[in-house]
Design a protein around this ligand. Structure first.
Ligand SMILES: [Fe+2]
Ligand SMILES: [Fe+2]
Length: 224
Protein backbone atom coordinates (compact mmCIF):
# COMPACT_ATOMS: atom_id res chain seq x y z
CA UNK A 1 0.00 0.00 0.00
CA UNK A 2 1.34 3.42 -0.89
CA UNK A 3 0.60 5.40 2.15
CA UNK A 4 2.58 7.32 4.64
CA UNK A 5 5.68 7.96 2.59
CA UNK A 6 3.96 9.08 -0.59
CA UNK A 7 4.27 12.69 0.45
CA UNK A 8 7.99 12.28 1.14
CA UNK A 9 8.44 11.01 -2.38
CA UNK A 10 6.37 13.78 -3.90
CA UNK A 11 4.97 13.07 -7.37
CA UNK A 12 7.00 9.86 -7.58
CA UNK A 13 4.81 8.39 -4.86
CA UNK A 14 1.78 8.61 -7.11
CA UNK A 15 3.47 7.18 -10.16
CA UNK A 16 5.28 4.24 -8.68
CA UNK A 17 4.05 2.05 -11.53
CA UNK A 18 6.29 4.02 -13.86
CA UNK A 19 8.97 4.92 -11.39
CA UNK A 20 11.13 1.89 -12.16
CA UNK A 21 11.61 2.89 -15.81
CA UNK A 22 15.11 4.07 -16.69
CA UNK A 23 14.04 5.78 -19.89
CA UNK A 24 15.80 3.19 -22.11
CA UNK A 25 13.66 1.26 -24.58
CA UNK A 26 13.91 -2.23 -23.15
CA UNK A 27 11.96 -5.38 -23.85
CA UNK A 28 8.41 -4.39 -22.70
CA UNK A 29 7.69 -7.78 -21.08
CA UNK A 30 10.86 -7.85 -19.00
CA UNK A 31 10.54 -4.13 -18.23
CA UNK A 32 7.05 -4.72 -16.86
CA UNK A 33 8.29 -7.67 -14.86
CA UNK A 34 11.23 -5.81 -13.39
CA UNK A 35 9.25 -2.63 -12.68
CA UNK A 36 6.63 -4.69 -10.89
CA UNK A 37 9.34 -6.28 -8.79
CA UNK A 38 10.91 -2.91 -8.06
CA UNK A 39 7.54 -1.49 -7.14
CA UNK A 40 6.89 -4.39 -4.79
CA UNK A 41 10.28 -3.97 -3.16
CA UNK A 42 9.71 -0.24 -2.84
CA UNK A 43 6.30 -0.70 -1.24
CA UNK A 44 7.68 -3.25 1.18
CA UNK A 45 10.35 -0.73 2.15
CA UNK A 46 7.86 2.14 2.43
CA UNK A 47 5.46 0.58 4.94
CA UNK A 48 7.33 0.82 8.23
CA UNK A 49 5.55 -0.24 11.43
CA UNK A 50 5.51 3.39 12.59
CA UNK A 51 3.84 4.50 9.37
CA UNK A 52 1.32 1.68 9.68
CA UNK A 53 0.60 2.83 13.23
CA UNK A 54 -0.04 6.35 11.92
CA UNK A 55 -2.42 5.07 9.24
CA UNK A 56 -4.29 2.93 11.77
CA UNK A 57 -4.67 5.93 14.08
CA UNK A 58 -6.08 7.96 11.18
CA UNK A 59 -8.57 5.21 10.28
CA UNK A 60 -9.55 4.95 13.92
CA UNK A 61 -10.30 8.67 14.14
CA UNK A 62 -12.18 8.67 10.84
CA UNK A 63 -14.52 6.01 12.22
CA UNK A 64 -14.72 7.85 15.57
CA UNK A 65 -15.71 11.18 13.98
CA UNK A 66 -18.43 9.54 11.92
CA UNK A 67 -19.75 7.64 14.94
CA UNK A 68 -19.77 10.88 16.89
CA UNK A 69 -21.92 12.64 14.27
CA UNK A 70 -24.78 10.24 15.05
CA UNK A 71 -24.19 10.49 18.80
CA UNK A 72 -24.19 14.30 18.83
CA UNK A 73 -27.56 14.35 17.07
CA UNK A 74 -28.98 12.22 19.90
CA UNK A 75 -27.22 14.26 22.58
CA UNK A 76 -28.59 17.52 21.18
CA UNK A 77 -32.14 16.14 21.19
CA UNK A 78 -31.70 14.89 24.76
CA UNK A 79 -30.33 18.19 26.13
CA UNK A 80 -32.54 20.29 28.38
CA UNK A 81 -31.23 23.79 27.71
CA UNK A 82 -31.04 25.61 24.42
CA UNK A 83 -27.49 26.63 25.32
CA UNK A 84 -26.30 23.03 25.41
CA UNK A 85 -28.35 22.06 22.35
CA UNK A 86 -26.65 24.89 20.44
CA UNK A 87 -23.22 23.77 21.67
CA UNK A 88 -23.89 20.21 20.47
CA UNK A 89 -25.29 21.43 17.14
CA UNK A 90 -22.23 23.63 16.59
CA UNK A 91 -19.94 20.73 17.41
CA UNK A 92 -21.92 18.45 15.12
CA UNK A 93 -21.11 20.82 12.25
CA UNK A 94 -17.44 20.93 13.32
CA UNK A 95 -17.30 17.12 13.67
CA UNK A 96 -18.47 16.69 10.07
CA UNK A 97 -15.66 19.05 9.10
CA UNK A 98 -13.18 16.90 11.05
CA UNK A 99 -14.24 13.82 9.09
CA UNK A 100 -13.77 15.62 5.76
CA UNK A 101 -10.45 17.04 6.93
CA UNK A 102 -9.31 13.46 7.61
CA UNK A 103 -10.36 12.60 4.06
CA UNK A 104 -7.99 15.36 2.89
CA UNK A 105 -5.22 13.87 5.04
CA UNK A 106 -5.76 10.43 3.46
CA UNK A 107 -5.60 12.17 0.07
CA UNK A 108 -2.34 13.93 0.94
CA UNK A 109 -0.84 10.58 1.87
CA UNK A 110 -2.09 8.91 -1.30
CA UNK A 111 -4.06 6.44 0.81
CA UNK A 112 -7.67 5.33 0.36
CA UNK A 113 -10.24 6.88 2.71
CA UNK A 114 -10.94 4.17 5.22
CA UNK A 115 -12.36 3.85 8.72
CA UNK A 116 -11.58 1.28 11.38
CA UNK A 117 -13.86 0.65 14.32
CA UNK A 118 -12.68 2.65 17.31
CA UNK A 119 -13.53 0.70 20.47
CA UNK A 120 -12.78 3.70 22.69
CA UNK A 121 -15.23 6.02 20.91
CA UNK A 122 -17.84 3.28 20.80
CA UNK A 123 -17.51 2.89 24.57
CA UNK A 124 -17.66 6.63 25.23
CA UNK A 125 -20.80 6.97 23.11
CA UNK A 126 -22.39 4.00 24.90
CA UNK A 127 -21.65 5.75 28.17
CA UNK A 128 -23.31 8.94 26.90
CA UNK A 129 -26.41 6.93 25.99
CA UNK A 130 -26.43 5.39 29.47
CA UNK A 131 -26.23 8.90 30.97
CA UNK A 132 -29.32 9.89 28.97
CA UNK A 133 -31.24 6.84 30.22
CA UNK A 134 -30.21 7.43 33.81
CA UNK A 135 -31.20 11.10 34.03
CA UNK A 136 -34.59 12.79 34.06
CA UNK A 137 -35.74 14.33 30.80
CA UNK A 138 -35.93 18.12 31.06
CA UNK A 139 -33.66 18.27 34.11
CA UNK A 140 -30.44 20.23 34.58
CA UNK A 141 -28.83 17.06 35.92
CA UNK A 142 -29.40 15.63 32.42
CA UNK A 143 -27.38 18.51 30.94
CA UNK A 144 -24.64 18.15 33.56
CA UNK A 145 -24.37 14.44 32.69
CA UNK A 146 -24.33 15.17 28.96
CA UNK A 147 -21.51 17.69 29.39
CA UNK A 148 -19.48 15.16 31.38
CA UNK A 149 -20.01 12.54 28.67
CA UNK A 150 -19.17 15.02 25.90
CA UNK A 151 -16.01 16.18 27.65
CA UNK A 152 -14.80 12.59 27.96
CA UNK A 153 -15.21 12.35 24.20
CA UNK A 154 -13.37 15.64 23.62
CA UNK A 155 -10.51 14.60 25.86
CA UNK A 156 -10.17 11.36 23.94
CA UNK A 157 -10.10 13.33 20.69
CA UNK A 158 -7.58 15.82 22.09
CA UNK A 159 -5.25 12.98 23.12
CA UNK A 160 -5.67 11.30 19.72
CA UNK A 161 -5.16 14.39 17.57
CA UNK A 162 -2.28 15.58 19.77
CA UNK A 163 -0.55 12.24 19.13
CA UNK A 164 -1.42 12.30 15.43
CA UNK A 165 0.14 15.76 15.00
CA UNK A 166 3.39 14.64 16.63
CA UNK A 167 3.59 11.39 14.65
CA UNK A 168 2.82 13.24 11.39
CA UNK A 169 5.64 15.71 12.11
CA UNK A 170 8.08 12.91 12.89
CA UNK A 171 7.19 11.21 9.60
CA UNK A 172 7.68 14.49 7.73
CA UNK A 173 4.00 14.90 6.77
CA UNK A 174 3.96 18.59 7.58
CA UNK A 175 0.79 19.51 5.67
CA UNK A 176 -1.09 16.59 7.26
CA UNK A 177 0.20 17.75 10.66
CA UNK A 178 -1.08 21.27 9.98
CA UNK A 179 -4.58 19.98 9.17
CA UNK A 180 -4.63 17.66 12.17
CA UNK A 181 -3.56 20.52 14.42
CA UNK A 182 -6.49 22.61 13.19
CA UNK A 183 -8.82 19.85 14.37
CA UNK A 184 -6.93 19.56 17.65
CA UNK A 185 -7.47 23.28 18.30
CA UNK A 186 -11.19 22.98 17.56
CA UNK A 187 -11.54 20.04 19.98
CA UNK A 188 -9.80 22.11 22.66
CA UNK A 189 -12.11 25.08 22.00
CA UNK A 190 -15.14 22.81 22.38
CA UNK A 191 -13.82 21.39 25.62
CA UNK A 192 -13.31 24.90 27.04
CA UNK A 193 -16.78 25.97 25.89
CA UNK A 194 -18.39 22.96 27.61
CA UNK A 195 -16.49 23.73 30.83
CA UNK A 196 -17.80 27.29 30.69
CA UNK A 197 -21.42 26.13 30.25
CA UNK A 198 -21.10 23.64 33.11
CA UNK A 199 -19.46 26.04 35.55
CA UNK A 200 -21.54 29.13 34.86
CA UNK A 201 -25.02 27.68 34.39
CA UNK A 202 -25.66 23.97 34.34
CA UNK A 203 -23.89 22.65 37.44
CA UNK A 204 -25.19 25.31 39.89
CA UNK A 205 -28.77 24.72 38.63
CA UNK A 206 -28.36 20.93 38.70
CA UNK A 207 -27.21 21.31 42.30
CA UNK A 208 -30.65 22.70 43.18
CA UNK A 209 -32.47 19.66 41.81
CA UNK A 210 -32.03 17.44 44.85
CA UNK A 211 -35.68 17.88 45.82
CA UNK A 212 -36.87 17.56 42.25
CA UNK A 213 -40.26 15.92 41.84
CA UNK A 214 -39.07 14.01 38.84
CA UNK A 215 -36.22 12.53 40.81
CA UNK A 216 -38.56 11.60 43.65
CA UNK A 217 -40.93 9.87 41.23
CA UNK A 218 -38.02 7.97 39.77
CA UNK A 219 -36.93 6.85 43.22
CA UNK A 220 -40.48 5.69 44.03
CA UNK A 221 -40.59 3.68 40.82
CA UNK A 222 -37.26 2.07 41.64
CA UNK A 223 -38.48 1.13 45.11
CA UNK A 224 -41.72 -0.40 43.78
FE1 LIG B 1 -13.69 15.83 16.17
FE1 LIG C 1 -14.96 16.70 19.16
Amino acid sequence: MRTATSQKNGAAGKTTANAGGSGKKANPASATKSSKKEQQQKEEKEETPFEKLFMDMLKDMYWAEQHLVKALEKMSKAATTEQLQDAFDDHLYVTKKHASRLERVFGLLGAPVQGKKCAAMEGLVNEAEEMIKETEEGSMTRDAALIIAAQKVEHYEIASYGSLVQVALTLGHNEAARLLEKTLNEEEDTDRHLTMIAESDVNPLADQETEDEGAEEEEEMEEA
